[in-house]
Design a protein around this ligand. Sequence first.
Ligand SMILES: *[C@@H]1O[C@H](CO)[C@@H](O)[C@H](O)[C@H]1NC(C)=O
Ligand SMILES: *[C@@H]1O[C@H](CO)[C@@H](O)[C@H](O)[C@H]1NC(C)=O
Ligand SMILES: *[C@@H]1O[C@H](CO)[C@@H](O)[C@H](O)[C@H]1NC(C)=O
Ligand SMILES: *[C@@H]1O[C@H](CO)[C@@H](O)[C@H](O)[C@H]1NC(C)=O
Length: 230
Amino acid sequence: MLKFLIISVLFSKMPGYLMQEDMNGKVFLFPEESNSSYVKLLPEKSGPYKALSVCLRYYSWLYRGFTLFSLATSDINNDFHLFYSPRHYFRVSVGNEDLIFKGINLETWRSLCASWDSSSGVVEIWIHGNPYPRKIFQKGHIISKDPSIIIGQEQLLHGNYFNITQSFVGEISDIHMWDTALTFKNISDVLQYNNLTGNVISWSSLNYKAEGHIAVLPCLKSMYPISTCN
Ligand SMILES: *[C@@H]1O[C@H](CO)[C@@H](O)[C@H](O)[C@H]1NC(C)=O
Ligand SMILES: *[C@@H]1O[C@H](CO)[C@@H](O)[C@H](O)[C@H]1NC(C)=O
Ligand SMILES: *[C@@H]1O[C@H](CO)[C@@H](O)[C@H](O)[C@H]1NC(C)=O
Ligand SMILES: *[C@@H]1O[C@H](CO)[C@@H](O)[C@H](O)[C@H]1NC(C)=O
């Protein structure tokens, strides 16, 4: 009974309910491996998108690869997908094609921003406030409308079918998404000043549905403000 009470306090957000919340100062905790716990994020703009940027911060215990952000459209499961493997590679997928960045270490609290622009094909990633050499990828692709956006799982089909071996375990916060490629000043506003919020997904007014074992907890800050949760 006591155990039940503690768990029901910790997981007090009723699963499956649509929430709208200012998440500043909070994190989502994914406490265990599963293929059924996830957070669905509802976008303010339904697309189609000709450019896209995502920023988030996270901390994980995992020693295997895991998904950080999964956007599926009706025909394309990895229409925009961010995946990290502890073998120091980071993968950005656009339109089901994969782009690999090697030599990247994401093993503590990390801030991450990734952007892609269809007209130039430029892919930019910033990790822990550092830019990496840019690449050109999927020029001309368009991410179609009504995406299904999920945190915690990789979508093998639109909004469904998850693979436990790619699930996320740990804390994730400060998730924002824009339908433009962010400029240098925009990235600095997000990471250094925390005064730019997403126009498609905003952590300051997040519309989400949490399914399974997920807790919303206060952020525990570290001394490295650029990478810790806000
Ligand atoms: C989770 O895994 C089980 C067992 O492999 C499978 O039957 C089920 O369909 C999976 N659930 C999802 C949502 O992918
Ligand atoms: C699940 O992911 C693992 C590791 O990436 C892979 O080997 C396996 O084929 C995947 N299973 C499915 C059903 O996609
Ligand atoms: C990003 O910064 C540019 C100037 O560098 C500005 O014109 C633009 O409005 C900013 N974008 C957002 C989403 O605020
Ligand atoms: C964020 O704050 C910085 C520093 O005060 C300022 O230079 C920048 O213009 C602000 N950006 C936005 C979008 O308000």
